[in-house]
Design a protein around this ligand. Sequence first.
Ligand SMILES: N[C@@H](CCC(=O)N[C@@H](CS)C(=O)NCC(=O)O)C(=O)O
Length: 208
Amino acid sequence: MITLHHLQTSRSSRIIWLLEALGVEYALITHKRGADMRSGADLAAVHPLGKAPTLIDGDLVLVESSAVLRYIAGRYGNGKFVPAPGTNAHAKHDEWLDYAESSLMMPLMFSLLGLMTGGLPPALEGFAKPELAKALDYIGAGLGEGPYLMGAELTLADMQMSYCLALLEAGGFLAGRPALTAYWQRLQAEPGFQRTLEIGGPIVMPFG
Ligand SMILES: N[C@@H](CCC(=O)N[C@@H](CS)C(=O)NCC(=O)O)C(=O)O
């Protein structure tokens, strides 16, 4: 059976959502953050990186949200929540999965660090602010009429983006972005997301 190592207020919420939406049986082990917000020895004992999500399925120990989402959907999903392989939509969907944790996450993390530390040094602020604005423009343009990132159907890309949207909201970065705010509200209304909150608790800590 699958075991999901979940850290409170974290990216592993994405995986709870997918497992619940597919109705896959799994065991959930919830780890607590320390006062420094880091994971502890209990998660480091499971994987050398000590990161959540960490998924165990038989001999497989897997980290990185997008890899874990792809693995579960590929192995247990019967094609659900992923555009058909070999199509442009599949390639674009892969792009969103990777984009969320790479080109979007870098300026988002810098911007959150700026909030937590009372402001970034000018060189970093000069990178993070326009880069985050460009990223939000890009997601808004990709979303278009929606209602989901890939159009009519909820996909892994929306689950992946949910954690980013929660961070963006917590940092106040969705202000003045009605289309992205409405998208985030739609995702939060999804039954699978609601179930995720019930099982895993809030997905991010409030800032400020
Ligand atoms: N890119 C990785 C990031 C994993 C990650 O940084 N997870 C955070 C939780 S949101 C974590 O485990 N933090 C605890 C720590 O680093 O001490 C992914 O998408 O899974």
